[in-house]
Design a protein around this ligand. Structure first.
Ligand SMILES: [Zn+2]
Length: 160
């Protein structure tokens, strides 16, 4: 008889005033990054910010292209820029938010599968969880304790 496997994922749901100082700054930088997005086709502006151990922050925004598949999401823009500039440092946390061009309200923007895979690569590389703070759909923020919670059964170097 087949057995069943249940996965439980616990997410912290935080009201804006419950963010700590680092989370607040990271989310502010993600909001700034979103406003800098190059998104002339979708007008959906996404911003990502990551915080390093020493407090250095990196931002990324979605970069679209007339040849659509050539564009890149905000999360991967930030992560690749980070890794290119700080190949030996660790990521303490990652924040992501989004808004539509003509709307000042920030929206939930759940990372796409490809971005989750890239986040997982860096989490695996550094051997330490990367908490991910996302703008939630209800005005709250959703804090995932690790990328593994966003991408169970991930493919990584141990599969090679
Ligand atoms: Zn993505």
């Amino acid at each position: 008889m087949a057995s069943e496997l249940t996965i439980n994922i616990s997410i912290d749901v935080l009201a804006p005033e419950e963010l700590n100082e680092r989370e607040r700054k990271a989310m502010q930088l993600a909001q700034q990054a979103a406003s800098d997005a190059y998104a002339p086709y979708s007008n959906f502006l996404v911003g990502a910010a990551l915080v390093l151990e020493d407090g250095t922050m990196f931002k990324g925004s979605n970069q679209e292209n007339a040849a659509y598949p050539s564009g890149l999401c905000a999360e991967r823009t930030a992560l690749f820029a980070f890794s290119a500039h700080h190949p030996n440092e660790q990521i303490e946390m990652l924040a992501v938010t989004a808004r539509r061009r003509n709307d000042t309200n920030f929206l939930a923007a759940m990372p796409c599968g490809a971005c989750r895979q890239v986040m997982a690569e860096y989490e695996h590389k550094q051997g330490k969880a990367i908490p991910v703070l996302l703008q939630g759909p209800d005005g709250n923020f959703y804090r995932f304790k690790s990328v593994a919670d966003l991408l169970p059964f991930q493919f990584n170097r141990e599969n090679l």
